[in-house]
Design a protein around this ligand. Sequence first.
Ligand SMILES: Cc1ncc(COP(=O)(O)O)c(C=O)c1O
Length: 450
Amino acid sequence: MIDRRRLAELLDRERGEFVVRNPRSHTAYQRSEHLFGRVPMTWMNKAAAGFPVYLDRARGARVRDIDGHDYVDLCLGDTGAMAGHSPLATVAAVQRRFAELGGASAMLPTEDAEWVGAELTRRFGMAAWSFALTATDANRWVLRLARAVTGRPKVLVNSYCYHGTVDESLIVVGPDGRGVSREGNVGEPVAVTETSRVAEYNDLAGLERELAHGDVAAVLMEPALTNIGIVLPEAGYLDGVRDLTRQYGVLLVNDETHTFSAGPGGCTRAWGLEPDLVTIGKAIAGGIPAGAYGMSAELAEQLRSRDDLDLIDMGGVGGTLAGNALSVAATRATLEHVLTNDAFAGMTSRADRFTGGVQHVIDERELPWSIAQLGARAEYRFTSPAPRNGSESHAAADQDLDDYMHVYLANRGILLTPFHNMALMCPETTDADVDLHHQVFVAAVDDLIG
Ligand SMILES: Cc1ncc(COP(=O)(O)O)c(C=O)c1O
């Protein structure tokens, strides 16, 4: 259906235009000779046009690059800025904690922490919370706790999941149905099959087959996959996961880092889920690094009663800066004033508008594409029907089409997350922002299909 020659020509044209449009970013990139991969972190090289635009400033749903272009930012730091860039309430709390009171990292508790713990309990239902600086660390630490409590060595994840740079999660279902290391896995400490098991999302039979070995401490999962496109649960799947994990004595961890987009308490609250642990990071502190993990009262009690576990010093759970006063103050302000119930209602309504618009274009032009939505987040895929699991979604990837869409949009003032076609709404995203995307999306499609 898509004329690949035309796509290649258009992609060349758009990439050429991107270079001409962004001379300062291009020069900054070429001059960065002391950075590994020319960027502060190598994943910033995931740029459809060969180099990223460089940030000048950002506020709310807007970003300006160093060449002076303004963007509607639908990437929002791949969720790190779901509260909007530098939300005023968070800025004020950071200013007060860091500049006025001082003591960003004194390794002493602040009263804000209990407020945040109580709020996270109200939202996600877990009784006891602890802090990290990233969602990766929140995940790494709950896996240690789960192994300690169950006395079992392994972790089960879904194929093509992403939970941060967690060694145990870099496993996929191989061609013969068994787990294999994910392609490109960098320096795994031991074969990932020694630490992990894997099942396809939406596959209860596959999950049961793996859990029946009796060596899995925890299932770590996103309630809906969001990192290989959005893959939504089929009816009964999440209930089935809970039943099976209970049946086999396995702890269930909901990683809500991205699925937080589903509402103020993520999918856990929106869908009435009952995990044993919840992990979260990225957006909760409005752009200041923070992560958190919560556990059930029962689990907290079990851990507290174990004298053999060193949870205070060298046991492998914790970091010097975790729970620091600045991150906690920012988290409090963000949850109290920014990512509120009202904000989620508005963000979801913008995402509804986005999804409806894209679906209309797909229907009208009879494109073999699909779009999925999870609250404030929507994502289009160049395949239809929408994939049911991570492997299907991985197989359906179309890098050239992704790149074309990304560069086309960037050249016309819209940023999508560089990893896929995800569009996220923050409290300050407007209907007009969504409509601008729609207009440019229609133009990109019509240029392509003629
Ligand atoms: C579901 C999920 N969990 C954890 C992480 C890791 O977050 P961070 O890179 O901030 O540690 C990510 C990052 O994309 C994620 O999508």
